[in-house]
Design a protein around this ligand. Structure first.
Ligand SMILES: *[C@@H]1O[C@H](CO)[C@@H](O)[C@H](O)[C@H]1NC(C)=O
Ligand SMILES: *[C@@H]1O[C@H](CO)[C@@H](O)[C@H](O)[C@H]1NC(C)=O
Ligand SMILES: *[C@@H]1O[C@H](CO)[C@@H](O)[C@H](O)[C@H]1NC(C)=O
Ligand SMILES: *[C@@H]1O[C@H](CO)[C@@H](O)[C@H](O)[C@H]1NC(C)=O
Ligand SMILES: *[C@@H]1O[C@H](CO)[C@@H](O)[C@H](O)[C@H]1NC(C)=O
Ligand SMILES: *[C@@H]1O[C@H](CO)[C@@H](O)[C@H](O)[C@H]1NC(C)=O
Ligand SMILES: *[C@@H]1O[C@H](CO)[C@@H](O)[C@H](O)[C@H]1NC(C)=O
Ligand SMILES: *[C@@H]1O[C@H](CO)[C@@H](O)[C@H](O)[C@H]1NC(C)=O
Ligand SMILES: *[C@@H]1O[C@H](CO)[C@@H](O)[C@H](O)[C@H]1NC(C)=O
Ligand SMILES: *[C@@H]1O[C@H](CO)[C@@H](O)[C@H](O)[C@H]1NC(C)=O
Ligand SMILES: *[C@@H]1O[C@H](CO)[C@@H](O)[C@H](O)[C@H]1NC(C)=O
Ligand SMILES: *[C@@H]1O[C@H](CO)[C@@H](O)[C@H](O)[C@H]1NC(C)=O
Length: 770
């Protein structure tokens, strides 16, 4: 492969490590379609629907052969195939044809986290759940590197007999990795020969992303895992005894792309194989749910009791950027952890002491007495106007740059690349904006100082003719405050498709997460040295979803009878909304206090989720009532639910969800009465008292009744929540995520310790930008 491709690839990995999928369709006359059929119309001679479909297709094959891609058994009754427009027209006139969708394309735009989440060997959810023993997690991603130490199966019991899955390449499988398949038929229509595009036409990961998400969810223990010395420690997945099955649906085609046909086939197979949980760190553009392959596949999974978590997207920090926002999916945003990677900067004059900055330059090294250059000794914001730097002045020196304002990620990358090109030895950036650190920037020696430290260094540089500094790279700091913060890139709510449900649901770690990587991928390039690593620090909501699926696996091991909605409720009502400095969770970039539109119910707390006291449960038919109230047609609801009879008599947007959101549409005040039912998942009789906490004005909440009683396990209690919102005096920025008011409803157990907390938030309806 060529040099230039490598560079682009690295750039890509580091800039958009989470997966977002843009929809596009080829205008070609001959292309892939997903076709839904009405199985009740299948002529009697056919023993199964697959034979019916292939027979239909062969009857169309007179002009050009029709290529059958997949028959879908679970996610829908139907198939995908490559057809010409005229073949499609004929097919659409045939009896039994229900609907057709064009192919869509999606692109892929830790040692420490179990401890940060409070998971411990001898107390709490880990030992109680047997570390997730005998749950099976399906991961849909870029494949897996089966030889990674994170997938060893030492100490694992034999594979559960209910498992129906397999490995395409037998040698990939062991008692940890029990399934590995690859779905590339759709991608092959777009890209003739996958193996010439630097990807494997097999479940093997040629990228690293799928190995990373898999090992985060359920990797085995590995000692001394690290990224060039940073984050050195024992790496373990969140559910270290759970089994993994990889469904590779992302292939390299310019970037990592997933075809809708392949994604549906992967989800269909995962359901067929018998996974208990699924995680998808990829997304298609938000379209109505009946056109979204992940929403369609996840509905069937949910009906079969399979918990599905998905990355919320990396389009933050602006509102209405949620991906995977269907209410039957658990939508996960990304937060920081209390770990930082640091470098010490010591000015040549002892009076200035030693300054601590952030860095993940991948080498543990000390740079002594290097000259530092500050182009302009004035307050201009153009201190890093690299175009005006004279290579003569900067060669072999560190460059000091100051950023008073928010500077885009791309500007920073471009600046660093330019400094490198003109021969600078390194760079020190001074900035208070928190979105500076991505491992990708550190192919060049580079430290970020807070403005306060930066000012000190600047004073020193200006005061000396030939200022020098020493830099010590490679430090890992723990216990960093405040943490968690909402990652600046984490997509914010509400969702565009159904703003009547608060999304994201919750936050999980997603910044600088260490987990397994494909060791054949270049991790960094330092001069002529190409560095490879089995473990890699990566950031994104892609990293957050596998944390949540791992926790859900632990909960499912502990409570096999809980529905996916009950598991989600347990996680949501027991989250933390305060950081480790006892303040409401803040935004990583600005340090400003967040709201439920940023962090959902809060940051996941697995030990508390194990014993939530009460849950808000949801049945599959409740979601259908919700779709009815969205005014989807019967046919559209049928595509999602696979039900041929849709009764919308009980349509309501008021799902029994563990959070509350009110949407203000061209009005400053609104009132909504929510109906809710709580189910006791504790073992004894209990009673709870409502407590409402509304830190802001403009929100009034009444709960009726304010005390509820439960008799034994699984008994239920109904109540209503009347919320009044008035935002007339509130400051209303048009594009940030925080539009309105928020507060909390907590049910406090009387004579007990359970607290069942839900956020209540208002938001302004999405206005389509002109
Ligand atoms: C990748 O997929 C797109 C379809 O979105 C297709 O048009 C394009 O040719 C493919 N790229 C390559 C390099 O094959
Ligand atoms: C695909 O590309 C690989 C590697 O270049 C080559 O070995 C193989 O024969 C190609 N397959 C087809 C079907 O063209
Ligand atoms: C990781 O830590 C172990 C034990 O403290 C040590 O032996 C090892 O050298 C460290 N690895 C790196 C790369 O720093
Ligand atoms: C500050 O630096 C900029 C950048 O070169 C320069 O254009 C400007 O004249 C300087 N201002 C002063 C007051 O020196
Ligand atoms: C600064 O450094 C340069 C090059 O190393 C040297 O030529 C010059 O004499 C030094 N100036 C002072 C004031 O130390
Ligand atoms: C922690 O909270 C205190 C009190 O609110 C505040 O003064 C301090 O700046 C906070 N520390 C950090 C690191 O945010
Ligand atoms: C659905 O249609 C009804 C009747 O036209 C309307 O009142 C309601 O606002 C619509 N709901 C949504 C979510 O658009
Ligand atoms: C609507 O709700 C009522 C009362 O809960 C129930 O009896 C009825 O069966 C529901 N109808 C449908 C179509 O779900
Ligand atoms: C909402 O309140 C603002 C002032 O806070 C006012 O300018 C605006 O006209 C009000 N809108 C409506 C629909 O009443
Ligand atoms: C959002 O608003 C800020 C300031 O109000 C502006 O700088 C920024 O460009 C806006 N972003 C988008 C995506 O509109
Ligand atoms: C709570 O405990 C007190 C004292 O033991 C008792 O009087 C009261 O009835 C209990 N309340 C409930 C609801 O169990
Ligand atoms: C807001 O109102 C407009 C026009 O009345 C309507 O088209 C739109 O669907 C509404 N949006 C929401 C989120 O209810």
């Amino acid at each position: 492969m060529t040099q230039s491709l490598n560079i682009r690839f690295i750039f890509f990995i580091f800039t958009y490590t989470i997966v977002s999928i843009a929809s596009s369709s080829s205008s070609d006359d001959y292309q892939a379609y997903i076709v839904l059929m009405d199985k009740s119309m299948m002529p009697s001679p056919f023993s199964n629907h697959h034979n019916w479909y292939t027979s239909v297709l062969s009857s169309l094959s007179d002009e050009l052969p029709v290529t059958h891609l997949y028959t879908y058994n679970h996610v829908m009754d139907g198939f995908s195939a490559v057809l010409t427009k005229s073949q499609l027209k004929r097919l659409e006139k045939m009896p039994g044809h229900l609907a057709t969708f064009k192919e869509k394309i999606g692109q892929l735009h830790t040692t420490h986290t179990p401890k940060f989440l409070g998971l411990a060997k001898h107390t709490g959810l880990w030992p109680v759940s047997g570390f997730g023993e005998d749950t099976i997690i399906g991961i849909l991603d870029t494949g897996i590197w089966p030889e990674s130490k994170s997938f060893h199966d030492e100490g694992m019991s034999k594979v559960p007999s209910r498992w129906r899955g397999t490995c395409e390449t037998k040698s990939f499988c062991n008692k940890k990795l029990i399934g590995a398949r690859s779905f590339s038929k759709g991608m092959k229509q777009l890209k003739e020969n996958i193996s010439t595009t630097f990807d494997y036409d097999s479940p093997r990961d040629n990228y690293g992303h799928g190995s990373h998400t898999s090992s985060t969810a359920a990797g085995s223990r590995v000692e001394f895992a690290n990224y060039f010395g940073y984050a050195n420690g024992t790496a373990t997945g969140i559910a270290p005894k759970a089994r993994l099955a990889m469904y590779k649906v992302l292939f390299f085609n310019n970037s990592e792309d997933a075809a809708a046909t392949d994604t549906l086939a992967g989800m269909d197979q995962a359901i067929e194989d018998g996974v208990d949980l699924m995680s998808l760190s990829l997304a298609f553009d938000e379209t109505p749910f009946y056109e979204n392959p992940i929403a369609i596949g996840a509905f069937t999974a949910m009906e079969k009791g399979i918990f599905v978590s998905c990355a919320a997207g990396n389009e933050g920090p602006y509102g209405y950027t949620i991906k995977n926002g269907a209410p039957w999916i658990t939508t996960v945003g990304a937060g920081t952890i209390d770990r930082d990677f640091a470098a010490y900067v010591t000015p040549g004059d002892q009076n200035y002491g030693t300054l601590i900055g952030k860095s993940v330059f991948p080498k543990n090294m000390l740079v002594k007495g290097v000259h530092i250059y500050f182009g302009y000794g004035n307050k201009s914001k153009e201190t890093c106007d690299y175009n005006s730097l004279d290579p003569k002045d900067v060669k072999g020196k560190y460059i000091f740059c100051e950023f008073d304002d928010e500077i885009s990620l791309i500007t920073r990358l471009v600046t660093l690349n330019k400094l490198k090109t003109i021969g600078a030895a390194g760079a020190i950036f001074s900035s208070d904006f928190g979105n500076f650190l991505f491992p990708g920037y550190f192919t060049f020696p580079f430290v970020v100082l807070k403005l306060k430290s930066g000012d000190l260094l600047k004073r020193y540089i200006i005061s000396k003719k030939n200022a020098t500094i020493s830099v010590k790279y490679g430090e890992t700091l723990l216990g960093v405050k405040p943490a968690p913060q909402v990652a600046f890139f984490s997509s914010r709510g509400p969702g565009t498709q159904s703003p009547w449900i608060l999304k994201p649901d919750l936050l999980a770690p997603g910044v600088n997460i260490l987990a397994a990587w494909a060791p054949n991928r270049i991790s960094a390039r330092i001069g002529e040295d190409l560095l490879f690593s089995d473990y890699r620090l990566v950031s994104g909501t892609s990293m957050a979803s596998p944390h949540v699926v791992g926790i859900a696996a632990l909960l499912k091991s502990t409570h096999p009878d809980w529905s996916p909605a009950a598991i989600r409720s347990a996680m949501m009502t027991t989250t933390d909304v305060l950081d480790n400095n006892k303040s409401i969770i803040t935004d990583m970039m600005t340090g400003v206090q967040g709201s439920p539109l940023d962090y959902g119910a809060g940051h996941v707390n697995p030990n508390k989720a194990m014993d939530p006291g009460l849950v808000y449960d949801i049945q599959p038919h409740d979601y259908i009532n919700y779709l009815c109230a969205m005014n989807y047609t019967r046919k559209e609801i049928r595509i999602i639910s696979k039900k041929s009879e849709i009764n919308c008599a009980n349509a309501t947007l008021d799902l029994n969800y563990p959070s509350f959101i009110l949407v203000l549409n061209n009005t400053n005040t609104t009132r909504y009465t929510f109906q809710r039912v709580l189910t006791n998942v504790g073992t004894s009789d209990s009673s709870y008292q409502a407590e409402v906490n509304t830190p802001r004005t403009g929100m009034n909440v009444v709960v009726k009744p304010s005390t509820i009683f439960f008799e034994g396990k699984y008994s239920t209690a109904k109540f209503e929540v009347i919320v009044d919102i008035d935002i007339s005096d509130a400051h209303r920025p048009t594009n940030t995520s925080y539009f309105g008011n928020f507060g909390y409803l907590s049910w406090l157990e009387i004579n007990g310790t359970h607290v069942v907390r839900s956020p209540i938030v208002s938001a302004i309806a999405f206005v389509q930008p002109n």
